[in-house]
Design a protein around this ligand. Structure first.
Ligand SMILES: [Zn+2]
Length: 441
């Protein structure tokens, strides 16, 4: 018998790679945080003497879900300003509240709430862009959550930095130096949008990102208004401007990309740009419907994201998978568009690829980090099980996530946070609500 730290046996395993494969009665052996082997349950029982055995016969085991775009700390603003158009929502509601309240404690508490919510809904990696990225990184590390922490870059003063140069300096110093070779934390740059960053700053950012070998993510063509305003102000569409500045390349993650022309889709495909598709946020802010079928057909890597809780209002990756699949069918008037296997792939392996992490996570393959989620299908709404893949995308509630592992560490066990003080997170959230509400009324 061979030792392994943990052996997880499940009714079904969906490794994601190979694509569209469901393996009944399979197990995953994990040692030192990494996947050693995926093999049939019978063989696994004979071959491995595990330190811990986790037996989940009614469950499906999938790679942990990857949230390619969020602003974690905005959970503390969940529901504070709903049902408003994007520009008004951002400028009249969100930015004034952020300017008044955002600081290290806000970001720490909001990020803790977000990580707890993401873990409980099967997410094992999130890509964040928010103020105080050093606090986001610290919090993710403390809670043992995988994160891509992107440094925000804006010209105007924020509670975190006075100008874009300070953003770049702080980002390079605080995040990139400290987390250079970290198991869980990696970093990127996040200019907020083309409207809030000058040509000069984009130029500096491109040089810095190249030097540090970091990826760049930006809200891009999120609304028709954004594109029109840019045209009026500069005579260029935002993508055209980024192309002129040398930022349209394979290190770019275009967040939203709702309003793309055929030429822009071709440009993304030719240059290797990735897309973070946030269907629920787009729907809620009435941004329009991304042309995901055309984008996907052009072989542009598409990951899924929740966006921040103030514009969604859930950080639920199972919800994004379902909405993405349904919306693609509606948008293309083709029921075969974005099938379940593709939605799950976007939410795992392709999402990892858009963040530059596809060698490390996103599928159940030997040598990758054991970032895994287990879903209990023995619930009324997901019975009977003809096709576990279909259930995962179309017929589960996030509460059916029974177990989550990050780099082999059991973070959610039997549907509850195993290592995190949930009562404390709830208490702090209520305190923030009281404080912010007191100021608003
Ligand atoms: Zn966003």
């Amino acid at each position: 018998m061979q030792h392994c730290d943990t052996l997880i046996l499940a009714g079904w395993c969906i490794p994601v790679e190979p694509h569209d494969l469901v393996l009944p009665d399979h197990g995953v052996a994990v040692t030192d945080g990494k996947i050693v082997e995926l093999l049939p349950t019978g063989e696994a029982r004979k071959k491995y003497a595990p330190g811990v055995l986790v037996d989940r016969p009614d469950h499906v085991l999938i790679p942990g879900l990857v949230n390619t775009h969020t602003h974690a700390a905005m959970t503390l603003l969940r529901g504070i300003a709903d049902d408003l158009p994007l520009e008004q929502w951002l400028k009249d509601a969100i930015w004034p509240i952020e300017n008044r309240w955002v600081g290290t404690e806000f970001v720490r508490d909001g990020t803790r709430l977000a990580i707890a919510e993401m873990l409980l809904s099967g997410c094992t990696c999130f890509s964040d862009q928010y103020f105080f990225p050093e606090i986001v990184a610290e919090t993710a590390e403390d809670m043992y959550m995988r994160a891509v922490v992107a440094t925000p870059v804006l010209e105007f003063p924020t509670p975190w930095a006075d100008n874009a140069t300070e953003c770049l300096n702080k980002g390079a110093e605080l995040v990139h130096d400290r987390y250079a070779e970290h198991t869980l934390i990696s970093s990127a740059f996040a200019p907020h949008s083309t409207a809030t960053v000058s040509d000069e700053t984009f130029g500096e950012l491109r040089i810095l990102a190249d030097q540090l070998d970091k990826r760049i993510q930006i809200h891009l063509h999120e609304s028709a208004q954004e594109v029109e305003d840019a045209l009026a102000a500069t005579g260029e569409r935002p993508i055209e401007r980024l192309k002129r500045l040398g930022l349209i390349n394979s290190s770019l993650l275009a967040v939203h990309a709702v309003h793309l022309t055929d030429d822009e889709i071709r440009l993304f495909a030719d240059t290797g740009v990735s897309v973070a598709h946030c269907p629920n946020s787009n729907l809620k802010l009435a941004d329009g419907i991304a042309r995901i079928t055309a984008i996907h057909s052009a072989e542009i890597p598409v990951g899924l994201g929740t966006d921040g809780a103030a514009s969604n209002n859930l950080l639920s990756m199972p919800g994004e998978m379902r909405t993405a699949a349904l919306l693609a069918k509606a948008e293309s008037e083709d029921a075969t568009a974005l099938p379940a296997a593709t939605a799950l792939r976007m939410a795992t392996l392709t999402g990892a690829r858009t963040l530059g992490l596809e060698e490390q996570i996103g599928s159940i393959e030997s040598g990758k980090w054991a970032d895994l989620a287990c879903i209990d299908l023995m619930h009324i709404n997901s019975q009977p099980v003809y096709d576990p893949l279909s259930q995962v995308v179309y017929a589960i509630h996030p509460q059916q996530i029974s177990d989550v592992w990050i780099a082999g560490r059991h973070q959610v066990e039997n549907g509850a946070l195993a290592q995190i003080d949930q009562a404390d997170i709830l208490r702090r959230s209520a305190e923030w609500r009281q404080q912010i509400n007191g100021q608003l009324s």
